[in-house]
Design a protein around this ligand. Structure first.
Ligand code: GLV
Length: 321
């Protein structure tokens, strides 16, 4: 049966064509930003499916005022979706895990190396002043990543892919926090599970990969930052609100920690001005963890697969929960 599918933001044309080819009506809103609950209700009142993204705000109100069969978000994180309300409304919610694991772990590794070796600052100064004479005792010096200790907060798929790169590529010692023990990671990487406080105290680099929820919001704050080593680097490619940005900026400015590489921010699209003031101690990127051509296409394609399956009465491929 033909269904009405609303698409909130721009998506690969060939993926939308797959929906049309299956006989469905596609309403592509192509909004340049995420949709508010009011906008979502207005546009999806009579829709069967929604192809959404992480900036769309799928609150309980949306599920109470629509009759969507499926919401397929083109993202692995789903903190923008009230999943309990969706379940109550009998709306299936799907996401796009796995296909973005490598690209996101690659970016976490990139940020780690960029902060440690001051790549943006070195690039800018080389463009402006040339290399200058070679100096054995140049300042500032970089921080060694090879052989350092990496603390992974949340050893899920992306955390594990980062552990693989860090351990086998850079000889890093791996510590982790997780709700449960990961015997396979312990065997493969010699990873050691610790409570958060001990992980922060022992790590040279801390990388955040926990989902955002009430327990993890502001996990990194003034108190937890104080537990970290003064030469430590914080990496966040997960979700911005895992970190209290004001506290982080303060910790960078008063040398509580050495640097931060951030791909996600507490109030996207804004970046806290104090973080910008921390200057060369931070490397900032605009939520591009999964932004390679191959990965973004795979994400869109998996979301479309989910919609086609559910509308055909089949089970979703990658449901939330
Ligand atoms: C990106 O942040 C995602 O959750 O896919």
């Amino acid at each position: 049966m033909a269904a009405k599918i609303v698409v909130t933001q721009p998506v690969h044309a060939e993926q939308l064509q797959r929906l049309r080819d299956a006989g469905h009506e596609v309403v592509a809103l192509d909004s340049p930003h995420g949709l508010s609950p009011e906008e979502l209700i207005e546009h999806t009142k009579d829709a069967d499916a929604l192809l959404s993204q992480l900036t769309d705000k799928l609150t309980a109100d949306v599920f109470a005022n629509t009759t969507l069969t499926i919401v397929a978000t083109i993202a692995t994180g789903y903190d923008n979706i009230d999943v309990a309300a969706a379940q109550k409304a009998k709306t299936t919610v799907t996401r796009t895990p796995d296909v973005l694991t490598d690209a996101t772990a690659d970016l976490a590794m990139t940020l780690m190396l960029s902060v440690a070796r001051q790549i943006p600052e070195s690039d800018a100064s080389t463009r402006e002043h040339g290399t200058g004479p070679f100096q054995l005792l140049r300042e500032p010096m970089g921080i060694d990543i090879s052989g350092a200790t990496l603390g992974i907060v949340g050893l899920g798929r992306i955390g594990e892919a980062l552990a693989h790169r860090a351990h086998f590529g850079f000889g890093m010692k791996i510590l982790y926090t997780a709700r449960s023990q990961h015997p396979a990671a312990e065997d493969r990487f010699g990873a050691v599970r610790l409570p958060l406080g001990q992980l922060l105290a022992q790590s040279d680099v801390v990388s955040l990969h926990a989902p955002l929820n009430d327990e993890t919001r502001h996990l990194i704050n003034r108190d937890t930052l104080k537990l970290m080593k003064p030469n430590a680097i914080l990496i966040n490619t997960g979700r911005g609100p895992l970190v209290n940005e004001k506290d982080l900026a303060e910790a960078l400015l008063d040398n509580t920690i050495a640097g931060a590489g951030l791909d996600v921010f507490e109030n996207e699209p804004d970046v806290h001005p104090d973080l910008l003031a921390a200057g060369t101690k931070t490397v900032l990127t605009p939520h591009i963890g999964s932004a390679t051509a191959k990965t973004r296409l795979a994400m869109a394609s998996l979301a479309v697969d989910n919609i086609l399956a559910v509308l055909a009465g089949e089970p979703p491929l990658t449901p939330v929960g």
